[in-house]
Design a protein around this ligand. Sequence first.
Ligand code: G3P
Ligand code: MG
Length: 252
Amino acid sequence: MNFLRIFKKPNLIAAHRGDRSKQPENTLSALISSVGKCDFIEIDVQLSRDLIPVIIHDDTLGRTSDISNIERFAERIPWKVADFTFQELQSLDFGSWFNNKKEPILTLETALYFAKEYQVFLNVEIKEMSETFSDARVVQIIIDLIQRLKAQELVLLSSFYHPYLPLCKAHAPKIPTAVLQEGHHPDNLIQYLHTLKADAYHPEEKITDQKTVAYLKKTGFFVNVFTVNDTLRQKELFSWGVNGVFTDLLLG
Ligand code: G3P
Ligand code: MG
């Protein structure tokens, strides 16, 4: 049994970066706020300079932390996540930019403990770090942590940077993977997904078309579309056979 069991249910709602319309994105508060309002939670993972997996979307710290107010970091602009040690990241506040409530950086470790405790499913999106860390190292660190915490059954791994995906499968064949795609579908899509050993395809909403969805479903792939905040559009996508949608707007 693994994450794929949730696809037995139709019309899945995924909390994009947690309940990010109510709490600061990709924080523990955003995860907690998602519970009971969605079928799974999507988070973005990157590595700190000293190789700790942390949950943050942008590859720089300016938008979602208070780093611009901190004088000792001023000369380190543009504040790349991968240039900061975990200890430095822990000194920042990731909540106040959103709702004036302090919030520490969320680690993948804490997110996985949370998933286990609440028995919620997590889509862990691995952000591209190929300029800074070797692909093998990134994947090994993330998978080792998931395995050490025995959270394999609750996780779906995805990435826009597709070379990570077969490495994930080689390391952990039982953890499902998804190909994230924007701009245009890859050539020979089905063959491409087979080559990557992917289980699911996550296209952006504007490239998603009914014919491609039908073909993906017929060939055994699961399809989750990002980011769909409009409920009428969600319904249309579900009527095409899309399994799930990522949304910023959770009801409830
Ligand atoms: O995983 C779906 C979605 O999160 C992909 O886009 O840029 O929001 O991480 P982004
Ligand atoms: Mg994401």
